[in-house]
Each structure stands twice: as C-alpha cells, then as structure tokens.
Design a protein around this ligand. Sequence first.
Ligand code: FAD
Length: 223
Amino acid sequence: MRGDSADGMFEYYMTLNQYRVEASLARRLCDEAAPGLHWLQELGVEFPAQDLYASGVESIPPGHTARGNGAAIAAALEAEVHKRDIEVITRTRIEQLILDDSKRVRGIRSGSSVVKAGAVVITTGGFGANPYLLQQHYPDATRHGSAAWYIGNMNCVGDGLEIARQAGADIVGHNRGLLLTTPNFRKVLEVFVPGWLVYVNREGRRFVKETAEYAVMSGVVGA
Ligand SMILES: Cc1cc2nc3c(=O)[nH]c(=O)nc-3n(C[C@H](O)[C@H](O)[C@H](O)COP(=O)(O)OP(=O)(O)OC[C@H]3O[C@@H](n4cnc5c(N)ncnc54)[C@H](O)[C@@H]3O)c2cc1C
C-alpha cells in the first residue's frame, strides 16, 4: 500500500484486484476503514501498536490485532447492541424479502415468521459453500474439480443472492472471486508458499515469481 491513507489503500486495493471490483464499494471500504477502527476503539477495543502486522500483501503493516483478538471485538459489539436495546435472533435462516405493492422491500420472512422493517441490509456473506451457485456465478472456481476447495462458513450458500434475485435485483460480478494457491494437499488455508517451491506450467517451465502477492498468484495460476 502506498502511504497509510484512504487514497493509498484504494489505489492498492483496485490494482491488486485488477480493477475488477466495484470501484464505488471499494472506495467506501477504504474511506471508512480508519473511522471504523476508531469507532471500535471508542467502544473500548484496544489495538496495541506493537501488534500491527502485514498480512503478506502490503509494503507497510496496516493489519490491526485487537487485544483479546476477534472475541474482544465481538464482545464490544454485543455490549453496544444490548445498550441500544436491539433484538437479536440467532439460528434463523432468512428465506425471503417481503415486498409491498410498489415492490419496495418492507421486511423479511423465515418460515412462517415475518419481520417488518423500514430497511433491510443483506449480510449473508458469500456463496462458496454452494457448488451449484459457484458453477453459475464463479465457474473458474469449479473447473479445477477436487483440486479446488472452499474454506469458510458453511452457511454461506448464497441466500442473499437468491432472495435479492427473487425480489427483482440484478446480480452483477460474474466470475469474480479470489482463488488462492496452496503448496499443500491438506485442505487448509496456506497462502504463503515456502521459498523452495517452484511453480511450472504444462511445459514444465517456471512462469511466475512464486512469492508474488497472493491476489496476483491466483490470477496468474488460475488463468
Ligand atoms: C479462512 C479465512 C481467512 C480469512 N482471513 C482474512 C483476513 O486475514 N483479513 C480479512 O480482511 N479477511 C479475511 N477473510 C475474509 C473475511 O473473513 C470475510 O471477508 C468476512 O468475514 C465477510 O464478512 P461478511 O459479514 O460479509 O460475511 P460472513 O462473515 O461470512 O457472515 C455471513 C453470515 O450470514 C449468515 N447467513 C448466511 N445465510 C443466511 C440466511 N439465509 N439467514 C441468516 N443468516 C445467514 C452466515 O451464517 C454468516 O454468519 C478470511 C476468510 C476466511 C474464510
């Protein structure tokens, strides 16, 4: 990342993603990254400066580790939710958006339960755990057969895409995603390849600097 600023982060993010992501969303992510961090600090989460880290793809270390790790962030957010008297319902799968006559979203449905709302934000994550949707929306991820696998929340089956599509939304971003290469045959996340590893193409020729940033590697190897 060139400089620790929203502009630097945006330039880096877009370049690393080959300008294949929605620029407006990336811009918002970059603009709100620092305010988001400060907000968590205001909620009491500590991010010790000595724990700053590079996740392997930046020239300066912008990664922040909370004292107490992710559990500390979750606890602070949960406390804030209780303070604001927000009702939380868990273990409930949202199945549909409720629309009014003019097709405006007015709530959600899960089984026979309906919750009315002035606004609905869909945060159901990705669709990596759904082989059918992967084939539909990210075919590059499926053409490697069992040599490619998904690591993540098994509930992320693309429900958000489906309920939005049913409500008339367009689905964009066909065949975009991040495939990571791993030197191992264990089905774990291991994106930083060891120094001894040499990648060769079908002709047996080395074709890439193996320690290239992982977003770069996935584009080169998956191509
Ligand atoms: C192994 C791994 C390592 C990662 N490392 C990093 C990292 O170092 N840095 C980084 O920035 N990112 C990292 N990521 C990516 C990061 O975790 C995700 O980008 C982020 O969690 C996405 O957040 P989200 O809220 O969009 O979705 P998620 O965190 O996936 O949350 C979606 C939630 O929606 C729920 N859900 C799904 N469908 C329904 C439904 N119909 N009704 C109700 N609930 C539903 C799911 O159960 C889930 O709890 C990593 C991801 C993985 C898998």
